[in-house]
Design a binder for this molecule. Structure first.
Ligand code: GYE
Length: 349
């Protein structure tokens, strides 16, 4: 597809996306395409989007560089992207980087060579993208970030970033814990299973959580290590935590899969997950919600993976010459065990 012309008028952000309130406790299970909240960041006039005006009815080719298949969340995200592409008539080239940045960079370079109309990807880690993003920009191919952010200072290297606010997710986890233990008179020993080192969700979920527990000196993170967002690693690291620490009160896992692996380790050690050790996790995928409904996970902060329809719509709008917001925040809810039980029958992922 040819990209010609400059974008004319700036459209009002709120006209592009239907803005609904980001819910604190409202458990949503819908696709964020209908719910995304456009944030305040001003659209960049230098973004490649501004060169990307093209007739709306022309077929779009999108190269998507996925992180991997590390978790239930990722599987749901991949399904959403693939099925939304089909539905939208977008020709999708899809690659799985197996959680390796160099594989994602290779995939992006190959999409540049293939002259796709748009590149979308979920960066495995935050740093180290400037060179390849510059290559895409020089080739006139707009880039959309989905799910995870990059830390590039030059924000003209991508058109928009859509996905959850991970700091807020960490805050929701920390706020719940702080409330549970607000009257504590003794130390509460917390262990933390971090996501992939250097990834936006690991960095941000840690920071948001720490912010909210900081006010109570009894809430102590006694061990914190990466479990790489996988069940196997979650189990392995939890085993090590249990070996090294006799008195663990709380586990905070940056995703459901690591919590589920940890539950196996906790049960193998003869302890009751959710009772002897309180568990908080993030995502709200089916297996996590099932464990919550069974009382093994006490609190889940949702992270909605159904980004496909929003991605396709945004790509179409952008290539049709419409302005898109620089940041699109998708709203997340929270679940106690009771709420998980209620929500489970209608869960889509
Ligand atoms: O929470 C985790 C996955 O980037 C939001 O990646 C995503 C995270 C999700 O592996 O399960």
């Amino acid at each position: 597809m040819k990209r010609t012309g400059k974008l004319g008028a700036l459209l009002v952000l709120s006209a592009i996306l239907l803005v609904t309130s980001a819910c604190g406790k409202n458990n949503n299970n819908a696709e964020p395409s209908k719910q995304a909240a456009a944030s305040s960041a001003a659209p960049s006039s230098e973004a490649p989007a501004s060169e990307a005006a093209a007739p709306a009815d022309q077929q779009i080719t999108m190269g998507f560089a996925q992180v991997g298949a590390e978790s239930g969340w990722r599987t749901a995200n991949t399904d959403s992207i693939q099925s939304a592409a089909k539905e939208a008539g977008v020709d999708l080239k899809f690659s799985d980087a197996q959680q390796k940045q160099e594989n994602q960079i290779k995939a992006i370079r190959s999409y540049i060579q293939q002259k796709v109309d748009v590149i979308a990807f979920s960066p495995v880690v935050e740093s180290g993208w400037d060179t390849v993003l510059k290559e895409a920009k020089d080739a006139g191919i707009p880039v959309i970030l989905t799910d995870r952010a990059v830390d590039s200072k030059d924000t003209s290297l991508y058109v928009t970033f859509m996905g959850s606010d991970f700091v807020e997710e960490g805050r929701m986890a920390g706020a719940w814990l702080a409330e549970q233990y607000k009257d504590a008179t003794e130390d509460v020993n917390i262990v933390e299973l971090q996501g992939t080192t250097g990834s936006a969700p690991a960095n941000d979920r840690k920071a948001g959580f720490e912010e909210k527990i900081a006010g109570n000196a009894h809430l102590k993170v006694i061990a914190s290590q990466t479990g790489d967002f996988t069940r196997a690693k979650g189990k392995e690291v939890m085993q090590a935590f249990l070996k090294a620490n006799k008195d663990i009160d709380v586990l905070y896992a940056h995703n459901d899969d690591m919590a589920l692996g940890a539950i196996q380790a906790i049960e193998a050690a003869g302890l009751k997950p959710g009772v002897d050790i309180k568990i908080i996790s993030v995502d709200g995928v089916k297996d996590g919600m099932t464990a919550a409904a069974e009382g093994k996970i006490n609190y889940i902060v949702e992270c909605n993976p159904l980004l496909g329809p929003l991605l396709m719509q945004t790509a179409k709008d952008m290539l049709a010459g419409k302005e898109v917001p620089k940041r699109i925040v998708t709203p997340d809810g929270t679940f106690t065990s009771e709420q998980a039980k209620e929500a489970l029958p209608n869960r889509k992922y």
